[in-house]
Design a protein around this ligand. Sequence first.
Ligand code: UDP
Length: 316
Amino acid sequence: MRVLVTGGAGFIGSYLCEALLNQGNEVICIDNLITGSLKNIEPLFKKEGFCFIKQDVTNYIHIPGELDFVLHFASPASPKDYLDYPIQTLKVGALGTHKTLGVAKEKGAAYILASTSEVYGDPLVHPQREDYWGNVNPIGPRGVYDEAKRFAEALTMAYHRYHGVNIKIARIFNTYGPRMRPTDGRAIPTFIIQSLKGEPLTVFGDGSQTRSFCYISDMIEGILKLMKSNINEPVNLGNPDEMTILNLAKKIIELTKSKSEITFQPSSIDDPKTRKPDISLAKSYLGWEPKVSLEEGLKKTINWFREELKLEELNE
Ligand code: UDP
């Protein structure tokens, strides 16, 4: 296949490019590098069939030749990133989705939208099934991401219904692993860096809010299976193993054998109190469920961050 991946230099996007190339596909990766990084795709330049275009996908996209699949994964995706880039987040979810759907329609390509558990907002239903409509504050600081992705889903469904584009929508829950940016502000990289440096772990609120964390290799497998499926509606992808953020902080201190303490800081606005995917749909239609336990995934991620910190020290 000849595949276009937007956000291909980002965390999930770069693993997708790698996996698709390893399966023998040709991959065109587009990224404007505001939160993505060339470092993530550096090894891919040596592989046959890889090409990189530095572009903002909210502008017209021209890809010569045929395309079989468009994967729209471009967007700031951590709460800190979308607070730093609120307008870009809205634009890439809205205009970027429009442009990429336009490419898919023009080329007769199938399409997959990277959506998010944030479409459920601060959920009043637990765990979250795909038929739950969500509880989102449109004008809160998180609204820029949540509403952009909700609009993106609506537009994607409209292109399916009115233009017959073969679309898939992945509602991606918290995902972690090597290649996350140490400064992206998310709980896992932040806590790991703080533990490795012996600094206090900054738990927001009382830490009783929950999340369910999925290791990157499981997520990539789920996305690839969704690509091959014939489901034209949203599918939750995530690990249902739910835990409190306070317990996550304690687990990371234990696994890094750190002497760090925990400090409690004010909660962020509209921070969802609970989050856990119901993955029955993915299990039955895709035959997919996560395999990597939190402990195993955290150990791999910690080792990777340890090496990153060593490199950083050498460069200082
Ligand atoms: N969090 C925290 N301390 C941090 C970073 C995050 O307590 O330094 C909390 C945050 O308030 C949220 C949870 O960890 O309740 C997950 O946050 P993250 O930014 O990883 O992703 P989210 O699920 O909110 O998109």
